[in-house]
Write a protein that binds this ligand. Structure first.
Ligand SMILES: [Zn+2]
Length: 876
C-alpha cells in the first residue's frame, strides 16, 4: 500500500499534467455511471430502546444503457425488501459486498434506458461513534438530567449507513426525508418542515425536498432542543441547542447574519436555501460539518457565554462558523467531483473563512494566530506553518492525490488538504489581486452551481478573470509534493541572485521540484513592496542597495521559505525595529524551520529571539512560546532541561511583567490572549512565582468563580495541576463532573492531563473509558496526557490494554490515525517497529499512511532532541 503510494508521488512529479475539467462519465469512483438517481423519498423510524432503526425509500432514477443490475452503496444496513418498477426482487438476488460497502441487485430481466424506480426496505443500527446515525448522552443544563439525542454525520462515506444510496459526490440528487420522533422532540434536517402528523408512538415529520446535492450533505438531528432565531436577507436563521443553552448561541446567531451578508456579496449568488440552521450538539462527533442548510457543530465550536467563555473560544466560534458557511457555496452548491479534490472544499473554506474573520475582526491577527493548534481535534483555521512542517517531510503528498478507497478518503482530511490549500490560495489571491480573484470565484460558482467541479475548473475561471496563466502557476503547488526555499545571495553591482530548491526536513533522497513562485519583497526604507514571478531555478533582482536590508515574502503571505546569505541576514537583524509583526513572525518561522532541518544550529533561532524589540504583538510572542513548548517537551528527562528553563524564563518573564498578571481595563484583546499563553508556558517552565500566583488564584476560585477571568482559567488549572497532588486532581475532577458547560468541562479535564505523578496519570487515562466526556472527546484525553505529561509510554500502555474500548469511540476521520498519533510523542526510534507490529495485527490497511507519518515524526524528534542536547550549552 504505502510503497505504491510513494511511487505515485514520484510519477506525479515528473509528469505535471493539468487535470481535466469536470466530466461525470470519467469521474473516479466505484459505482457504475450508467444509472443516476434523481430523487429519493426516505422514511426513517428509529427505535430508541433498541438503538436500531427501520427505513424505507423510493428512488427515481435514470438508466442510460440497458442493464441487468443496480450497484449502490450500503454499509451496516440490511436490505429486507427490494422492488424495481413495482416488481419484487427475490432476496437471493440481493448481494451484499461488505468489504467494498456495496449492495448489488440482480434484476430478473434487462432494464431498458429511461426512467425507473427502486423501492427498498431496510434496517440499521444507531451507533455512538459518530458515523451514520448516532446517539449521544448528555447532562441537561439546569436539571442535570441524563438525556439522549440523535444526530447524523456522513462525510466522507457514511450516508450509506443511514440509507442505501449512490454515495459518491458526483451522484447529485434531490432528497426528501421523513422521520418519526418522540412527541416532545424537535427534528431538524436540511430543509424546512413540510408537514407533520401525530402517529402512534410519536410524530412523523416530513421535510421539503432538497435542491440537487451530494449524499454526504444530508443531515438529521433530533432531541429535546431549544432555538433562537432571526432573519437576514430573506433567510431564516436559527441556532439550535439542547434545552437551556440557546442563549449561549446569541453570539453565533449575530455573527452568522454578518457572515452570510458578506458571502452573499462575495460570491455574487445569494445563499440558495430558505433557512440556515446551526446545531450545537454536546457529543457524538467532535468537529463541525457543513450539511447544506443544517450545519452541525460540537458545542464548543458554536456556543459562547460572555460571562464564562474565553476570547479564544469566541475567535474559534467565529472562524468555524465562517468556514462552514463558506462551504454552503464551496462544497454544497458546487461540490468537488471526487475525494482527490477534497482540497477544493477544505482549502477554499479555510481560506475564505479566515479572510472573512480577519475582515470583521482585524484585532485578532487571525492570519498569524498560533495559539490554538495544540488541540488535536481541531482542524480548522490555522495558518500555514503546520502545513509547511508536514509538507517538508518524507511523508508528504501533493494537495491533489489519488483516492481509491473509503479509508483513503478519510485520510485526505489532513493539514496538507486544509492548510496548504488555504496558504496557496492566499498567495494566489495576493498575486492576482483581490478583485480579479473574486471575479474568478464568481465566474466559477456561476458556471458550476448545482453541479460538480475539479481543480481545473477553478484555475480556468481564475485564469479567465485575471488574464494570468493560473493553471501553469498552480500545477506545481497542487500536483507535486513539497514547497521551495529561496536562497538569497548578494552579488556585485547591487544585484541579488535568487535560487530555489525543495525544502525538506529529514528527507535525504527527496526528488527536486521547480515552482513558479510569486515572490514579493521590500527594501528597508522604501515603502512599496514589489513582485516578481520566479519561474526558473534562478532569478535575479536588480538595484538593491548593498547597505539596505532586503526582505522577501512580504507579511509571510507566500508558501515558501527564504534563506539569506550572511551579509543579507546581518542587515535584516539590524532592521528588526522598523519591521511589522507579520514579517517578524515570518523570519522566526523560517529560522526555526532551518533549525528543525539541521541547516542552522539552535543559536541561529535564539539569536534572532534575543534581538526582538520588546513590543507585545501577540503573534510574535506566540511563535516563540510555541517553539519553547516544543523544546521543553523534547528535553524531558534530560539534565539540559534546567538550563533551558532558565533561559526561556528570562526571555518570557519581562513580557508578562509588562502585561501584568491581572487584566487591565481597556486592554487589547490580544493582550489577554498573550497573558494566558505566557502564564501557562512560564508555569510549565517551572517559574516559581507564576506557579505560586496560580495556586493562590485557584484557592480563591474555589470560593468565588468570578475571581479568575475566563481567559486565565484553563492556564491556571494546567499550572496548578502540573505542580499539584491528588487533592488538586480530585478538586478539578469534581468541578468537571458537576458542570454542564462543555467548555468548562473541557478546561477541567484538560488540566488533569498536566499531572506528572504516574498514579494520577493512570487515573486521568481511565476517564477515557467512562462516559464522563462525550465519546468523541474522551479518546483525545489519552493524546493530551501523552503530550502534556511527557509520558507517552503510559498513554500507549493504556491504549494498548484498552484498544477495543477506545477505538469504538473514534469517529471516521480519526479511525485510521488515532493509534499512530499517540506514537508521535515518542523520541525513541525503537518504538517504530512496535507501532508497525501493532498496526499489522490490529489496524486497517488505510492506517499504513498514518503509521509511516508517525514513524517519520519519531525519527525527526529523536534527531532534533539529540541536536538540542548538544547545542543547549550555547544558550545565553
Ligand atoms: Zn470544512
Amino acid at each position: 500500500m504505502r510503497r505504491a503510494w510513494v511511487l505515485l508521488v514520484f510519477i506525479a512529479v515528473t509528469s505535471l499534467s493539468a487535470e481535466k475539467p469536470f466530466d461525470f462519465a470519467t469521474t473516479p469512483g466505484k459505482l457504475p455511471k450508467n444509472i443516476r438517481p434523481i430523487e429519493y423519498a426516505i422514511r426513517i423510524q428509529p427505535d430508541l430502546a433498541k438503538l436500531t432503526f427501520s427505513g424505507s425509500e423510493t428512488v427515481q432514477l435514470t438508466v442510460e444503457f440497458p442493464t441487468r443490475q443496480f450497484v449502490l452503496n450500503a454499509l451496516d444496513v440490511s436490505v429486507t425488501e427490494a422492488r424495481v418498477d413495482d416488481k419484487s426482487i427475490a432476496n437471493s438476488a440481493i448481494k451484499i459486498d461488505t468489504k467494498n460497502e456495496l449492495v448489488t441487485l440482480l434484476l430478473p430481466e434487462e432494464l431498458r434506458p429511461g426512467q425507473h424506480s427502486l423501492a427498498l426496505k431496510f434496517t440499521g443500527k444507531i451507533n455512538q461513534f459518530g458515523r451514520g446515525l448516532y446517539y449521544a448522552k448528555y447532562q441537561e443544563q439546569g436539571t442535570g438530567a441524563k438525556k439522549l439525542f440523535l444526530g447524523t454525520q456522513f462525510e466522507a462515506t457514511d450516508a450509506r449507513r443511514f440509507f442505501p444510496c449512490w454515495d459518491e459526490p458526483a451522484f447529485r440528487a434531490h432528497f426528501q426525508l421523513s422521520v418519526v420522533v418522540p412527541e416532545n422532540w424537535m427534528a431538524v434536517s436540511n430543509m424546512p418542515v413540510a408537514n407533520e402528523r401525530k402517529i402512534s408512538g410519536g410524530r412523523e415529520v416530513s421535510f421539503q425536498p432538497t435542491p440537487s446535492m451530494s449524499s454526504y450533505l444530508n443531515v438529521f438531528c433530533a432531541g429535546e432542543f431549544d432555538a433562537i432565531e432571526s432573519e437576514t436577507e430573506g433567510v431564516k436563521l436559527r441556532v439550535i441547542t439542547t434545552k437551556g443553552k440557546a442563549e449561549s448561541g446569541r453570539y453565533a446567531l449575530e455573527s452568522t447574519a454578518q457572515i452570510l451578508r458578506y458571502y452573499n456579496q462575495y460570491f455574487g449568488i445569494p445563499y440558495p436555501l430558505p433557512k440556515l440552521d446551526q446545531l450545537a450538539i454536546p457529543g457524538g462527533f467532535g468537529g463541525a460539518m457543513e450539511n447544506w442548510g443544517g450545519i452541525t457543530y460540537y458545542e464548543m465550536a458554536l456556543l459562547f457565554d460572555p460571562e464564562n467563555s474565553s476570547v479564544t473560544t469566541k475567535q474559534r466560534v467565529y472562524e468555524v462558523i465562517a468556514h462552514e458557511i463558506a462551504h454552503q457555496w464551496f462544497g454544497d452548491l458546487v461540490t468537488m467531483a471526487w475525494w482527490d479534490n477534497l482540497w477544493l472544499n477544505e482549502g477554499f473554506a479555510s481560506w475564505m473563512g479566515t479572510k472573512c474573520t480577519a475582515h470583521f475582526n482585524p484585532q485578532w491577527e487571525v492570519w498569524l494566530e498560533k495559539s490554538i493548534p495544540r488541540d488535536p481535534a481541531r482542524r480548522i483555521g490555522i495558518p500555514k506553518e503546520q502545513a509547511m512542517e508536514g509538507d517538508a517531510r518524507a511523508t508528504t503528498h501533493p494537495i491533489q492525490q489519488p483516492v481509491a478507497s473509503e479509508g483513503e478518503a478519510n485520510n485526505a482530511f489532513d493539514d496538507i488538504t486544509y492548510k496548504k490549500g488555504q496558504s496557496f490560495l492566499r498567495m494566489l489571491e495576493s498575486f492576482l489581486g483581490e478583485e480579479p480573484f473574486r471575479n474568478g470565484i464568481r465566474r466559477y460558482i456561476q458556471a458550476h452551481q448545482y453541479s460538480n467541479s475539479t481543480t481545473a475548473d477553478l484555475w480556468n475561471a481564475l485564469g479567465a478573470a485575471s488574464g494570468k496563466p493560473v493553471m501553469e502557476i498552480a500545477a506545481a503547488w497542487t500536483e507535486q509534493p513539497g514547497f521551495p526555499v529561496v536562497m538569497v545571495k548578494r552579488e556585485n553591482n547591487c544585484k541579488v541572485l535568487l535560487t530555489q530548491e525543495r525544502f525538506t526536513i529529514g528527507f535525504d533522497n527527496a526528488s527536486d521540484g521547480l515552482w513558479k513562485i510569486p515572490i514579493t519583497y521590500f527594501i528597508d526604507g522604501q515603502s512599496a513592496p514589489a513582485t516578481i514571478l520566479m519561474s526558473e531555478k534562478t532569478a535575479s533582482l536588480e538595484d538593491i542597495p548593498a547597505d539596505r536590508a532586503l526582505k522577501l515574502n512580504v507579511d509571510g503571505a507566500g508558501n515558501y521559505r527564504v534563506a539569506y546569505d550572511a551579509s543579507s541576514w546581518k542587515l535584516l537583524l539590524a532592521s528588526l525595529h522598523g519591521m511589522n509583526a507579520p514579517d517578524k513572525v515570518n523570519l522566526l518561522g523560517d529560522a526555526w524551520a532551518f533549525v528543525q532541518a539541521g541547516r542552522e544550529p539552535l543559536a541561529f533561532y535564539t539569536d534572532l529571539v534575543g534581538r526582538l524589540p520588546q513590543d507585545t504583538a501577540l503573534a510574535v510572542h506566540e511563535q516563540v512560546i510555541n517553539v519553547f513548548d516544543t523544546v521543553n517537551h523534547l528535553l524531558a528527562d534530560t539534565p539540559q532541561r534546567d538550563r533551558f528553563h532558565n533561559y526561556a524564563q528570562r526571555i518570557l518573564r519581562p513580557t508578562l511583567n509588562e502585561l501584568t498578571f491581572q487584566p487591565t481595563q481597556g486592554e487589547l484583546v490580544t493582550a489577554s490572549v498573550l497573558r494566558a499563553s505566557l502564564i501557562q508556558q512560564l508555569g510549565l517552565l517551572g517559574n516559581q512565582d507564576v506557579s505560586k500566583r496560580c495556586r493562590e488564584n485557584f484557592q480563591a476560585y474555589l470560593k468565588n468563580r468570578a475571581s479568575i477571568p475566563p481567559d486565565l482559567r484553563a492556564p491556571t488549572f494546567a499550572v496548578v495541576m502540573r505542580n499539584g497532588n491528588a487533592e488538586i486532581w480530585q478538586k478539578l475532577h469534581e468541578l468537571g463532573l458537576k458542570t454542564t458547560s462543555t467548555e468548562e468541562k473541557q478546561n477541567y479535564y484538560d488540566a488533569l492531563a498536566f499531572a506528572t505523578d504516574p498514579a494520577l496519570i493512570k487515573k486521568t487515562l481511565a476517564i477515557a473509558l467512562t462516559d464522563e466526556l462525550p465519546t468523541s472527546r474522551a479518546v483525545f484525553l489519552v493524546s493530551k496526557v501523552a503530550r502534556e505529561s511527557d509520558r507517552p509510554d503510559l498513554a500507549w500502555e493504556f491504549a494498548k490494554a484498552n484498544f477495543k474500548g477506545l477505538i469504538a469511540k473514534v469517529d471516521a476521520l480519526g479511525a485510521n490515525s488515532y493509534i499512530p498519533s499517540l506514537f508521535t510523542l515518542f523520541t525513541d526510534p525503537n518504538r517504530i517497529e512496535e507501532l508497525r507490529g501493532f498496526a499489522k495485527t490490529h489496524l486497517s490497511e488505510a492506517s499504513a499512511i498514518p503509521v509511516e507519518i508517525a514513524a517519520d515524526e519519531i525519527r525527526f524528534r529523536a534527531n532534533l532532541r539529540k541536536r538540542l542536547i548538544e547545542q543547549i550549552e550555547v544558550l545565553p
